[in-house]
Ligand binder design. Structure first.
Ligand code: NDP
Length: 288
């Protein structure tokens, strides 16, 4: 059975839209910052702005050239932090090396860090503190599992990938009280990977390698969440390419009890959770 990320994201966004309407006259405002013209970043930010506007929020975008200085970028972030009409701030990754991603993320006030990348929010997530902003992709994965009616408690969740954006926060969320999964996190130095993945009740693939997870790596009846977004050549397409996940979908789907497609699985949930976080930030500031 397919987990329809588009349909579930639509439900989440309808709830967000209702929450936005209820907050009037305050209009939640998410401020985007993009450095350079990385084509994927251009399209991600455009998509997020479109969805924000559809949800009744305000969005704004500040562009900086690739060679922007840290001082100039920080001055802009400081201004956004100080502006009470801005509720959420998102600096689109990846950033040029000279800026230092962690330092840039940490310049954002934790209460406006709707992407959940500040040290403070990651720490609060580890502490299971209420109100921590969780990174949008892992938060989206959890929402997909919940809304698919899956009982996670006691299940063995195996996560492929240990990035700060996906793998690590996904592990923290699934491990937290309330979800109560038993979690194994794998990475490029993990030995006997297939042996571990075959023991997964829930397998989450976030490694960035096209169709890496093959049928022999998956147990019969497992739930498979494919986070990967990889563009591969495809001569049959007008564009000459297409998107595939980290899972060999055609081979794995017949074995899985539930599986997410790419596109149309985790991707739309990431955007929906950003809107959910922005609404929560606006609600918090409005009630402060
Ligand atoms: P990173 O490159 O930051 O991390 C990849 C992780 O995979 C690393 O921990 C790496 O291990 C691990 N890895 C790489 N090769 C192997 C291997 N052969 N066996 C086991 N582990 C391996 O990627 P991200 O977490 O940022 O993204 C992962 C994928 O998810 C990408 O395709 C990305 O495009 C996609 N993505 C999708 C989103 C969505 O909204 N759907 C949002 C964010 C990302 P090590 O640490 O040892 O190097």
């Amino acid at each position: 059975m397919l987990i329809d990320g588009n349909a579930i994201a639509k439900q989440v966004l309808a709830e967000v839209k209702a929450g936005v309407a209820a907050l009037a006259p305050v209009v939640p405002h998410v401020a985007f910052v993009r450095v350079g013209d990385d084509p994927a970043s251009v399209s991600y930010v455009a998509k997020k702005q479109k969805v924000a506007e559809e949800a009744g929020m305000k969005s704004s975008l500040r562009l900086f050239p690739e060679n922007v200085s840290r001082e100039e970028l920080f001055a802009h972030l400081d201004a956004l932090n100080a502006d009470p009409s801005v509720h959420g701030i998102l600096v689109q990754a990846p950033l040029p090396k000279h800026l230092g991603e962690t330092e840039v993320f940490n310049r954002i006030l934790p209460d406006k860090d709707v992407d959940g990348f500040t040290t403070q929010n990651i720490g609060r997530l580890a502490q299971e503190a209420p109100g921590a902003f969780a990174a949008c992709t892992p938060a989206g994965i959890v929402e997909l599992l919940r809304r698919s009616g899956l009982v996670v408690a006691g299940k063995h969740a195996v996560i492929l990938g240990r990035s700060l954006i996906v793998g690590k926060p996904a592990a923290l969320l699934l491990l937290a009280k309330g979800l109560d999964a038993t979690v194994t996190v794998c990475h490029s130095r993990t030995r006997n990977l297939a042996e571990i993945t075959r023991r997964a009740d829930i397998l989450i693939a976030a490694i960035g390698k096209p169709r890496f997870v093959t049928a022999d790596m998956v147990a019969e009846g497992a739930v498979v969440i494919d986070v990967g977004i990889n563009r591969i050549p495809d001569a049959t397409r007008k564009s000459g390419s297409r998107l595939v996940g980290d899972v060999d979908f055609e081979a794995v789907a017949p074995k899985a009890s539930l599986i997410t497609p790419v596109p149309g699985g985790v991707g739309p949930m990431t955007v929906a959770m950003l809107m959910k976080n922005t609404l929560a930030a606006a609600q918090r500031l409005a009630n402060a």
